[in-house]
Design a protein around this ligand. Sequence first.
Ligand code: AVJ
Length: 327
Amino acid sequence: FSEDRLRINYLGSANLPTATDDGKDIIGGLTQRPKSLPPRYFYDEKGSQLFEQICELPEYYPTRTEAEILQQYAVDVAQFTGACELVELGSGSSTKTRLLLDAYENQGYPLRYVPIDVSGEILEESAKQLLLDYPKLKVQGQVGTYEHALSQLTPTPLPRRMIFFLGNSLGNFAPEQCDRFFEQITGLLAPGDYFLLGIDLQKPKEILEAAYNDSQGVTGAFNLNMLAHLNWRFQGNFDLDRFTHQAIYNQSESQIEMYLHCQETHVVRLASLDLTVEFQAGESMLTEISRKFNVEQMQHYLKGRGLNTVQAWTDTKQWFGLLLCQI
Ligand code: AVJ
């Protein structure tokens, strides 16, 4: 592909095993009690593949429910926003993105796509496939964390920009992280720009827990893979056999909490971070929260940050929500 159609920026040391500028969050999480790890470390090449498998699981409803909403309303999104550059946070396989690209293409708008993902392999592969399928598309990918990639956005030649964040990835942020995230987003958007947000909605505990404890054990493999990723990236020696997957719905916080539960006492060394951590048998380490939201509360929260909801859509079961906001 020509330089004009495909450019991919690798930011900092996003894909290198020994990094000087990351790992601080790992040290922070592992020296706190209870221990925790940041969910972005799920997504090495293998982790991104496992996540794609999760999206196909019968119990994991969010992906197909959100896709169903997009299938129905992507044209409305495109008609609301007019021509705009599409910036996606956590683009992964860009499967749902195609529904938006189709809609913008049908309106006759130019197609500019800026995928952002921590996993370079999946971003590069998905971008190339998109370029084959959309001959007029231009892709400018950024491999790195949301924060780093967003700070590198260059002015768009199109009249507007829409940043979109699908799949309830926002649910990974604790409230304070969420506030900081929106500070960055609203600082970047120009007046009239758009933000499109997919949120998973509150629903009975049984449905939620089944989605994160699938019968084929893919979610368990995804959770454990974070340790393999850390072993590779930080020269670690986590013994994956000593941990098991746990996922529970914390009703009072309205969030799924995913843990790695240590079965046997274990001393772990992460050489490139010069970090040694002791795990006790029976100890649980938090690897992910996935908050579940309510459309009205989210609209109110966004409004407080200067983002006005122009339209909110949901599916027939009201399991998932899609909010189009304008600043
Ligand atoms: C990509 C963060 C939205 O929270 O549902 C799926 C990740 N973890 N199964 C989610 C995930 C376990 C997912 N997000």
